[in-house]
Design a protein around this ligand. Structure first.
Ligand SMILES: NC(=O)c1ccc[n+]([C@@H]2O[C@H](COP(=O)([O-])OP(=O)(O)OC[C@H]3O[C@@H](n4cnc5c(N)ncnc54)[C@H](O)[C@@H]3O)[C@@H](O)[C@H]2O)c1
Ligand SMILES: O=P(O)(O)OC[C@@H](O)[C@@H](O)[C@H](O)[C@H](O)CO
Length: 467
């Protein structure tokens, strides 16, 4: 249903705000989170979003015939409620570099949000751009030859395919157009995501053109965020449920939980929607909030994913009804909260709310989905808790279990999506002890260098293999 068709059908005039926000990574989460917050607060119709897909054009193909409109279903044990979200005014195939460059060069564009997954940034463990990555290497080669022409929109075909490559090209287009300062707002589950992306973008730009890098340093604000709203992939049943709720055959609805949270730190030189009116919080120091969310929520998710899959379970809610998995989650939380500021973060309330959210049996969050990209996820969700606990002489048994469960699944040949899949396969083919050490080192070298940690992980993997 287009905006015009909707108006004709309901008499409701759904406006089309001008594009002032670019989004990269048009998945379910963007539609449940940033697009929803923007929709909630844009009373005057000032903040339209042009959302670009990542690796597949599918979401753009689904949303474009609907003028970007979609149904957001909030699902709890009490039932479903559906709302129409209209903040996405353009759903664009990510390979449409010309449109991306055009919008980046427009003075009216104030900010770029991103949800491209942790692995989508193609960073090494130290945060530097992974130039061993073939797609990133291809983008560097393309931009080395074409940066100026491409940024002026004067190239025939092709263009960068990676997030970092696209950002550098877009920022160069903005510099050449004299369109002024802009904010980049990464909304992926990575600690310190603003400065992390800033360093990577700057490093890539510095390889290509000193003036670009200098302009970025002076004109681009990188905002850190902690984002939260459990949003699984849309299923065929969800599409049917949306039609039942609204009477409209939406091809791209999203199902999410009622809970949402957005903490941001940084500045927006060209303005932003008043997201705080929908509950977003702007803080000076985001680190404690990031840790709380990444360790308690995402860490528990990853623990459940690997340990739960090993126990034959398939969703978060199913794993939470398993007393053994539930016990491990509580154990992990006991460990993690020792390294968080309890008063500032209201940790008891946070844990209680998390239990309720994980117990929401109507949100079908598949462990297989969460299990993807183990290397980047375990590195930031589990390893810091294990290292902090070990440094204080405790076992960190639940965190050890998460890592050992993942390694057991790898060694058992279970297919799991991972940007590091090729390296994982090479390591897994080594003799068992070397394979375990290699896998653990891939997550965090410090874990593998600690003989006691390695011995505990090896023992647990031995138990799994004997089962
Ligand atoms: N789903 C959630 O509950 C949730 C909650 C908080 C934060 N997040 C963050 O948002 C991200 C996206 O979540 P989603 O559920 O929308 O996932 P998704 O799988 O739908 O992916 C979102 C977008 O990222 C693109 N993408 C995926 N891998 C990529 C890669 N390697 N390079 C470039 N683009 C890539 C996809 O094509 C898609 O456009 C998560 O990885 C996480 O960092 C998600
Ligand atoms: O989205 P991912 O794949 O990075 O991680 C899986 C889940 O842990 C994650 O999506 C959480 O549900 C989300 O971060 C909750 O806000």
């Amino acid at each position: 249903m287009s905006r015009a068709a909707l108006a004709a059908r309901t008499g409701e005039n759904v406006r089309t705000p001008p594009v002032r926000i670019i989004h990269l990574g048009l998945g379910a989460f963007h539609r449940a989170h940033q697009a929803w917050y923007t929709d909630q607060v844009d009373d005057n119709g000032e903040w339209g979003i042009a959302a670009f897909t990542g690796r597949s054009a599918q979401a753009a193909l689904e949303l474009s015939p609907q003028d970007g409109l979609y149904t957001l279903i909030e699902r709890s044990d009490a039932g479903d409620s559906a709302a129409l979200v209209s903040s996405i005014v353009e759903a664009v195939d990510g390979s449409d570099t010309a449109r991306f460059v055009e919008l980046m060069a427009a003075e009216s564009t104030a900010l770029v949000t991103l949800t491209v997954t942790e692995a989508g940034y193609r960073l090494r463990a130290d945060g530097s751009p992974d130039l061993g990555d073939s797609a990133l290497a291809a983008d560097v080669a393309f931009l080395a030859d074409n940066l100026d022409r491409a940024a002026r929109g004067a190239f025939s075909a092709g263009g960068p395919t990676t997030t970092l490559g696209r950002l550098v090209l877009g920022l160069e287009a903005r510099r050449l157009a004299g369109a002024g300062a802009i904010a980049i707002v990464p909304c992926d589950n990575m600690p310190d995501n603003g400065p992390l992306v800033e360093r990577a973008v700057w490093a890539l730009a510095a390889m290509l053109n000193t003036e670009t890098a200098e302009w970025i340093a002076a004109h681009v604000a990188f905002v850190s965020t902690s984002v939260d709203r459990i949003t699984p992939k849309t299923t065929a049943d969800d599409i049917e449920a949306a039609a039942g709720l609204t009477g409209w055959a939406d091809r791209a609805p999203v199902v999410t939980e009622p809970f949402r949270d957005w903490v941001l730190s940084g500045h927006f030189p060209a303005g932003r929607p008043a997201w705080e009116r929908a509950g977003a919080r702007f803080v000076d120091d985001i680190e404690p909030f990031e840790r709380r969310k990444l360790w308690l929520l995402n860490g528990a998710h990853s623990l459940l994913a690997y340990a739960g899959l090993l126990r034959g379970l398939d969703s978060v809610a199913a794993a939470m009804t398993d007393p053994v998995c539930r016990g491990w989650v509580n154990e992990f939380w006991d460990d993690a909260v020792r390294h968080l500021p309890a008063e500032l973060l209201a940790l008891d309330e946070y844990r209680a709310a998390l239990l309720e959210r994980f117990d929401n049996t109507r949100i079908e969050h598949r462990l297989a989905q969460i299990s993807a990209e183990a290397v980047t996820k375990l590195r930031v969700r589990i390893a810091p808790v294990v290292l902090a606990e070990r440094a204080e002489g405790r076992q960190a048994a639940a965190g050890i279990r998460a890592i050992a469960s993942w390694a057991s699944l790898v060694l058992a040949g279970r297919p799991m999506v991972d940007a590091e899949a090729a390296q994982i396969a090479v390591i897994a083919s080594r003799p068992t002890d070397a394979a375990i050490a290699g896998l653990v080192a891939l997550v965090d070298a410090r874990l593998a260098q600690d003989a006691a940690i390695l011995a505990d992980i090896t023992a647990l993997i031995g138990e799994h293999q004997a089962e």
